[in-house]
Ligand binder design. Structure first.
Ligand SMILES: Nc1ncnc2c1ncn2[C@@H]1O[C@H](COP(=O)(O)OP(=O)(O)OP(=O)(O)O)[C@@H](O)[C@H]1O
Ligand SMILES: [Mg+2]
Length: 256
């Protein structure tokens, strides 16, 4: 039987829910509201790859590359060595090339409104590094001001990423109250959707995640609690959480 090749997310507890990991070349939408852990998830995914010999590219649209390196280091994910070895690169699509620090960046997108330039720089970085893992944080930034072209942008991006053989995480921002994952065109175009949530229950915030879809594999269908620790995200794959109004219940489960 044909066996789908997978790559490990490297997020403790999550690969159990994915029956081993993310099918290779999949484009996964990681969607969630503010502060749900999307950025940390993406960085953890990339760093795990680096530790296992898989080059990675982080496309930064939301934060300054300097801040990203600092933030990663605070979790113990020091990428400096990997950048020097040509295993890791940040594509700076944040500064537009302005500022002293930005001048030291190797991959800079001058204008994110210019999709051709954006894709060229991303392509160059992936090719130079032979990147196997790519994270775009966030893809919403590319089409926030022009929702009508969201799907077209996503399809272009998908061709580039899958064409170069990368397994990618596209961070998608949704508002606190939104039920969806980032718009209809986008949700159907991607191969997988993992949703991170933060719910206020009785005055306390509860973190949980659910795998909504993942082409190419079986996956767990239940909502699992997770934590963010000093070492990153840890998913409780043997516990599920139910949130009903002002009540939250946890239940121990066997993996599916
Ligand atoms: N060392 C830590 N230990 C525990 N929790 C942390 C730690 N560092 C950050 N956090 C939590 O992670 C949250 C930030 O996560 P992250 O930056 O990944 O969110 P995000 O989903 O990318 O949000 P946004 O959409 O606003 O960019 C913080 O609000 C905090 O709750
Ligand atoms: Mg973020």
């Amino acid at each position: 039987m044909f066996k789908v090749e997978k790559i490990k997310s490297g997020i403790p507890g999550l690969d159990e829910l994915l029956y081993g990991g993310i099918p290779k070349r999949n484009i996964v939408l990681l969607s969630g509201g503010p502060g749900t852990g999307k950025t940390i998830f993406g960085q953890q995914y990339l760093y795990y790859g680096l530790q296992h010999g898989e080059p990675g590219v982080l496309v930064a649209l939301e934060e300054h590359p300097v801040q990203i390196r600092r933030n990663m280091a605070s979790f113990g994910w020091d990428v400096k060595k990997y950048e020097e070895e040509g295993m890791f690169a940040i594509v700076d699509a944040f500064t537009g090339g302005y500022g002293e620090a930005a001048k030291r960046e190797r991959y800079v997108v001058r204008s994110v409104d210019d999709m051709t330039e954006f894709l060229d720089v991303v392509k160059e970085a992936i090719k130079d590094l032979k990147a196997e893992r790519v994270v775009i944080d966030s893809v919403s930034t590319l089409y926030l001001t022009r929702p009508s072209v969201a799907r077209a942008i996503l399809m272009q991006l998908k061709r580039v990423l899958a064409g170069l053989g990368a397994t990618s995480i596209l961070v998608s921002q949704v508002s606190v109250t939104e039920r969806g994952f980032g718009g209809p065109g986008v949700e159907h175009a991607v191969d997988g959707i993992i949703r991170l949530d933060l719910d206020e229950v009785g005055g306390e915030l509860i973190r949980s995640l659910i795998i909504w879809k993942m082409r190419g594999t079986k996956h767990d269908m239940r909502r699992h609690p997770f934590e963010i620790t000093d070492r990153g995200i840890v998913v409780q794959h043997n516990r599920v959480v139910r949130i009903r109004g002002d009540r939250v219940t946890f239940e121990e489960v066997k993996p599916e």
